[in-house]
Design a protein around this ligand. Structure first.
Ligand SMILES: C[S@@+](CC[C@H](N)C(=O)[O-])C[C@H]1O[C@@H](n2cnc3c(N)ncnc32)[C@H](O)[C@@H]1O
Length: 161
């Protein structure tokens, strides 16, 4: 799992929040048109994200992605400060630590053998017992792998209109 070594203390967020689209991604600006859709990975406190959202306008969309809750809170505040009511949040569930991937992989290793999933797969002829055993073993192998990541969009969508 990645660790963001700077952290998101007020001092770090304040530094990041001095950034604007003009001072941080000037080469992109001539390319922008109303209606464009942009992905801002590592959006931090959202000052650049909000600048870009203003440039692509109401018909456009900017999706900011940041794993840090403190950064998302700061971005939410930045959009509110600007009076931009288009801010939406989608929270994703992830299994990305060794403990969590081992648990998730172990859970599925059992479920593919001993659940409705297994009954359906066998009953519909989609897999035989040996194939389910192989899938089960693969889940355990995946859960023990240091690069394992599993993302679930579990739908905490906060829409403020
Ligand atoms: C230096 S800040 C930049 C924030 C903003 N883009 C700016 O330029 O002001 C980097 C941001 O990337 C986020 N980050 C770190 N690892 C990430 C990852 N794997 N995926 C998405 N964002 C990540 C951090 O939480 C942090 O808020």
């Amino acid at each position: 799992m990645t660790r963001y070594l700077h952290g998101h203390a007020a001092s770090a967020l304040a530094s990041h929040a001095t950034r604007t689209a003009e001072n941080s991604c000037g080469c992109l600006l001539p390319e922008l048109r109303p209606g464009m859709r942009l992905l801002d990975i590592g959006s931090g406190p959202g000052t650049i994200t909000c600048d870009l959202a203003e440039r692509v306008g109401g018909s456009g969309l900017v999706v900011g992605v940041d794993p840090a809750a403190d950064a998302v809170v700061a971005g939410r505040a930045e959009a509110a400060r600007r009076g931009d009511g288009r801010w939406r949040e989608l929270h994703l569930g992830t299994y990305a630590t060794g403990e969590l991937t081992a648990w998730w992989g172990g859970s599925w290793a059992v479920r593919v053998l001993e659940s409705r999933f297994a009954e359906e797969a066998l009953g519909l002829g989609l897999a035989d017992r040996a194939e389910l055993e192989a899938i089960s073993a693969a889940w355990r192998e995946w859960g023990a792998h240091p690069d394992a990541v599993f993302v679930i969009a579990h739908g905490e969508l906060l829409a403020r209109v």
